[in-house]
Design a protein around this ligand. Structure first.
Ligand code: COA
Length: 174
C-alpha cells in the first residue's frame, strides 16, 4: 500500500473512487466540491497542507492522502497537523476511511500505520491522538492493532459528539 496523492494521469481512477464514495461517509473526500477536476482538487489539498483558509470544522492545516493498492484507490487518510484548536481534542490527528468494496481486508489498519509514519516523518508529530465513535467496533480494532492506548471517552454537549480517545507513540521503527 502507498499513501499518496493521485498523479494527474490517474484522473480516471480518482473519478472511479469519487463515484464509489459511500452514503455512510459523505465526508470521505475532504474539501472536494462537485465538478472539480483532479487538478483543481489537488490545488485545494495543497492549500490545506499550507493552512491557507482552513476548512470550517478543521481550522488548522491538514494533509489528505489516498491509499493505493496495485494502482487502485481503496481508502484515504487525513492528518490534522496540530491539536491547537479545541475541535482537535475530539477529532484527533488522524482520520481514515475505506471504500465499502475494499473493507475487511486489513486496509484501514495499514492506512493508520502509514499515516502515523507520515505524521512522524513529514510533520514531526511524535505522539498521535486517534479517536472514534464508541459504537465503531471496526475502528476501535484498527486503533488497538496500531498500539492505541485508551485515555478517555469524551462527550461534547454542544455537538452531541461522543469519542473514545487513544494515544499512539509514533516510533521511528514500525
Ligand atoms: C472503520 C473502517 C475504516 C474499517 O476499515 P477496514 O479496512 O474494513 O478495517 P480492517 O480490515 O483493517 O479491520 C480492522 C479490524 O476490524 C474488524 N472489523 C471489521 N468490521 C467490523 C465490524 N463491523 N464489527 C467489528 N469488527 C469489525 C476486523 O475484523 C479487524 O479486526 P481483526 O484483525 O481483529 O479481525 C471502515 O469500515 C470505514 O471506512 N468505515 C466508515 C468510516 C469510518 O468509520 N472511519 C473511521 C473513523 S474513526
Amino acid at each position: 500500500m502507498e499513501l499518496r496523492l493521485p498523479a494527474l494521469h490517474e484522473e480516471t481512477e480518482f473519478r472511479r473512487a469519487v463515484a464509489a464514495v459511500p452514503a455512510d461517509n459523505p465526508t470521505f473526500l475532504h474539501f472536494h466540491r462537485p465538478g472539480m477536476t483532479l487538478a483543481d482538487y489537488l490545488d485545494a489539498l495543497r492549500e490545506q497542507v499550507l493552512g491557507i483558509d482552513p476548512a470550517p470544522g478543521r481550522e488548522v492545516a491538514s494533509t489528505f492522502l489516498f491509499a493505493f493498492v496495485d494502482g487502485r484507490i481503496v481508502g484515504r487518510a487525513s492528518i490534522r497537523h496540530t491539536l491547537e484548536h479545541p475541535a482537535g481534542q475530539m477529532t484527533g490527528h488522524i482520520g481514515y476511511a475505506v471504500l465499502p468494496e475494499s473493507r475487511g481486508r486489513g486496509h484501514a489498519t495499514e492506512i493508520l500505520r502509514l499515516a502515523i509514519r507520515h505524521a512522524r516523518e513529514h510533520l514531526g508529530i511524535s505522539r498521535v491522538l486517534v479517536t472514534c465513535d464508541p459504537g465503531n467496533a471496526a475502528s476501535v480494532r484498527v486503533i488497538e492493532k496500531n498500539g492505541g492506548v485508551f485515555e478517555d471517552q469524551r462527550h461534547d454537549a454542544e455537538t452531541g459528539m461522543r469519542k473514545r480517545r487513544y494515544w499512539i507513540d509514533a516510533l521511528p521503527y514500525d
